[in-house]
Structures are given as C-alpha cells and as structure tokens.
Design a protein around this ligand. Structure first.
Ligand code: ADP
Ligand code: F6P
Length: 471
C-alpha cells in the first residue's frame, strides 16, 4: 500500500462512478461545494483522497489523477441508507441547517453511521505515512477524527465542517450529541465557515464534556484542540478565465437570444435542497408577476436545480412541490413560447455555468441557511464586466464576506420582493461599484488562500501549505 504525507478524507471522491467503465477515471465536478472547493487544490497536490466513489458494492479500482491518489471506500445498500441518506442527510443535515426541515431521529441509523465512520478512519490510517497530516471533511465523518487518533496517535489530524454548526439549543436535540462532539474534537484543529460556529462548539464542550473552552482553544481529555473560522472559497482564476473565454461569451449571447432577448434575466443555481429557499423565491417571483411589477416578456427567470439526494423522502417531496409550483406559475403567467420560469433539473459543465452567470442580470441566491454558498462567489468571479446584481441571503456564510450584495432575509417574502425590485432597477454605476468591491475581496480570498490558512493553522509551520500549488 502506497502511503502519503497528506491525506484528505471526505464522504465523496470527486468523480462519477459512471465516468470510468474501463478503470480510467476523470474528474467529475460534482454539484456540491466540497468537491468544487477541494478539486481546485488537490488536482495539483501530491496527496491521497479517501472517499466513496458513488454506487454500492465493492469499491472500484481507480487510477491516480495527476499527483492525487484515490482510495475508494465501499458502501453496501443498507449502509448507504443508514449512513448517507439516513444519519448524515436526514438527521444531521436538517438539524445543522436551523432545522428548516424536521430532523429524523431513527435509532437504527446510528450504528451504521459509526461503522462507516470507522471504515473511513481505517482507510485513512492505512494510507497515511508516519506523522502525516490527515484532513477530514464535513458532517458525514464527524466521528473519524477521534477514531483515527485512537488508531494512529502519530498523525496530525484536521477537521473542517463545510456546513453550519448549530447553536447549543438545537444541537442538544441530538440523541448522540456527546459521541459526535467528542468524535470531532479528536482533531488537532477544527475549522468552521463562521466564528459563531466555533463559539457554539466551545459552549457545547463546556456543557457536555466539562471542558475548558474558549472560542479558539478547547482542552479536552488532557489534549488541546484549536478551533477557528476559515471561510471556504472558489478557484477564482478558473472562473475568471472561463468567463472571459470567447466560447463562453458566445454561449452567453446565444442563451440570451434563446431566452427571447428579455430586458432582464434572473438566475438561480442550486442543488435541489430544502435549505436553498427555492420555494420562498418562487412565491416572491410569482407575487411580483401577479401584482404586475414584473412582466413575462420583459423579465425571465431561470432556475437551475440539480438533482440531489434523490432517495431521501424529503428531497422527493420538495421536488414534487417545486415542479408543481413552477407548472402553476408557467400555466398562469406564461405565454406560448414564453414561460415565466425556465426550470432546469440537470447538471451543467463548468463552461455552461459560466455562460449562465454571464447571462444573469440578477443572480438570486437565497438559502434559508447555508454554510458558505459557493455559487454566490462563482457569480462574482464570473463578472469581470462589473455587470449584474447579486441578491444574497443573510443566512449564507458568503454574506459575511460579500457585504456589497443586495442582502436579504429570505424568510420575509415581502422583503425579498422589495430587494428583487431594488436589484432589478439599480443603476449600472451602483452595480459596478458593488461588483468591483466584491471581486477585489474574492481575489485575495480564493480557495488556495483558504487551504493555506487552514493548513498553516494546523501544522503551525507553513510546511504543509508549501505543498499547495503557487497560483
Ligand atoms: P452546496 O455545497 O450546498 O451544494 P454550494 O453553492 O456551496 O452549495 O456549491 C454548489 C457547487 O455545485 C458549486 O460549485 C456549483 O457551481 C455547483 N453546481 C450547482 N449546480 C450545478 C449544476 N446544475 N451542474 C453542475 N454543477 C453545479
Ligand atoms: O457542502 C455540503 C455538502 O454536503 C458537501 O459535503 C457535498 O459536497 C455537497 O453538499 C453535495 O452533497 P452530496 O454529496 O450529498 O451530493
């Protein structure tokens, strides 16, 4: 078994199991923030990525991608249900997102979550060199840091939570709250998107573990665990280059033509997830149409909603509700050849996403709660022209950085309508000033800056960060 000095452990490998019938593998830019973020840095970094390759049954043999080795972890059908669809995405996901959907507490799922976390920990222990750094990602693998420490005390262990970490009053609902907290605090450094999350963990560590805890350092079981905020970002250079390419610019022109050359295009791009606020947004848009503030021929809305977690009941129900509402709105307000909403339930290539971002006059990103939201950052990076307005939920982590967006509370449908109208009628000079300020921020805070900041805080020396690509 070949071993690495840097190991990343995440639920998913960044490739499609269908993409490699002959064993050769290709990057799939899977529609999800974690894979988007890590893909950008690891493609060029000598490391091993431990993760699930999608599908069930024995793990496939996968070739290296550049310097990156892939170590697949297998899941059976029952494990996929109990660990991924169950405990991770029906218990932790809704609870960590303000319980915008009722979390399901099914006692049968816990044991499977534990078993699968153990398998990931064992796989990481197997591929890590003596003294290696292992960087564990997200809520699917919250038990892995402590399991790994027990197996391999020589390792430097990092954990990063891509999603929000809830306030104590919500976290306390979790039947396995102590084990989950202890598991995560097995790391040397626990990173979050926002400082509030580190504060929440400190409070919980005091309350549940009797630990001495501040917002930066927790002392537990005689060990020191550092915590902190490291807001994740995107490959700004990639998105800028894509968006200024002649091919993307001509795709964008064609898109606008295909949409009927409207005065304004409103765009949303989300995984089809109840945290993304798609239903609230549709209500707001439908009322703007009803009240005559927006006219179908002048304005077009494009909603990209890529399928996600389709075996989970709440996601199936959401899809049914959204598709019925889009049908109602188009039936009521559309005309022949002129739908009010273009609804696209499909994955897109990066270049197609860049063309869509170029086409948008108003980008509407209104999650009810989101750890970061990389779509908002991608839109800003794509708009070198300084055009376009970003309407952004206050409840997305990105709102703390993209302060010049048109910030909105998506729960307040009247406020959302007003903000949409405000963004639609803003002066070009105002839009350009806002976009310039946001772009400047992003250039200094891209995905490499994120990884450097995290890895430097993990090893305190900067040696890990030196392995990352220069640009
Ligand atoms: P989340 O992690 O909850 O999915 P983010 O907004 O942080 O949300 O990340 C979503 C990522 O998925 C972005 O990089 C975005 O470009 C990508 N994405 C979203 N929709 C699609 C789609 N239809 N096809 C391909 N990629 C998509
Ligand atoms: O960002 C949160 C997250 O769960 C990531 O871990 C993942 O990349 C993304 O959402 C997409 O979800 P899934 O892996 O369930 O398709």
């Amino acid at each position: 078994m070949r071993q690495s000095s840097l190991v990343v452990v995440a639920n998913r490998l960044p490739l499609d199991d269908n993409a490699a019938p002959d064993g050769a593998c290709e990057w799939r830019r899977s529609p999800g923030g974690l894979a988007s973020a890590l893909h950008a840095i690891l493609e060029q970094t000598p490391a091993t990525w431990v993760g699930w390759a999608g599908g069930i049954g024995p793990a496939p043999q996968l070739s290296d991608i550049g310097g990156l080795r892939l170590r697949p972890v297998s899941l059976s059908a029952a494990e996929l249900r109990g660990y991924y669809e169950g405990f991770a995405n029906s218990t932790l996901w809704p609870l960590y997102h303000d319980a915008v959907q009722q979390p399901v507490f099914d006692r049968g799922w816990w044991e499977t979550y534990r078993i699968v976390n153990r398998r990931f920990a064992e796989a990481a222990a197997e591929v890590a060199e003596h003294g290696a750094a292992v960087w564990v990602q997200d809520y699917h693998l919250q038990l892995v840091p402590q399991m790994l420490r027990d197996l391999r005390p020589d390792l430097l262990i990092g954990f990063f939570m891509h999603v929000p970490f809830p306030p104590p009053e919500l976290y306390m609902q979790l039947p396995r709250r102590v084990e989950l907290l202890r598991g995560m605090l097995g790391a040397d450094l626990v990173g979050f998107q926002r400082p509030q999350a580190a504060h929440n963990v400190a409070q919980l560590a005091q309350k549940l573990l009797g630990a001495h805890a501040t917002d930066d350092v927790i002392t537990v079981d005689g060990r020191t665990v550092h915590t902190g905020a490291f807001p994740v970002s995107i490959d700004v250079a990639e998105m800028r280059a894509l968006s200024s390419s002649p091919d993307v610019l001509s795709q964008a022109k064609q898109l606008r033509h295909d949409l009927g050359q409207p005065k304004r295009v409103l765009l949303s791009v989300d995984r089809l997830d109840y945290t993304k606020g798609i239903e609230h947004r549709l209500t707001a848009y439908s009322e703007l149409l009803r009240d005559g503030h927006v006219k179908v021929r002048d304005t077009v809305m494009v909603q990209v909603a890529v399928p996600s977690r389709e075996q989970v009941d709440s996601y199936q129900d959401l899809r049914d509700r959204i598709e019925s509402e889009v049908g109602r709105i188009n039936g009521e307000f559309g005309r022949v050849g002129e739908p009010a909403i273009h609804y696209l339930n499909q994955p897109f290539a990066r270049s197609q996403l860049a063309a869509l971002y170029q086409t948008a006059d108003v980008m509407v990103v209104t999650p009810l709660r989101d750890g970061m939201n990389l779509v908002a950052k991608e839109f800003v990076a794509a708009r070198e022209d300084g055009g376009g307005a970003l309407v952004l939920s206050e409840f997305a982590g990105a709102a703390a950085e993209l302060e010049q967006a048109f910030l909105v509370n998506p729960h307040d449908v009247d406020g959302l309508k007003e903000t949409l109208l405000h963004a639609m009628s803003a002066e070009p000079a105002d839009l350009s000033a806002r976009m310039t300020a946001m772009r400047e921020h992003l250039v200094g805070h891209d995905i490499l800056a994120w990884a450097r900041a995290y890895l430097t805080a993990l090893d305190h020396t900067g040696r890990l960060a030196e392995r990352l690509p220069d640009t």
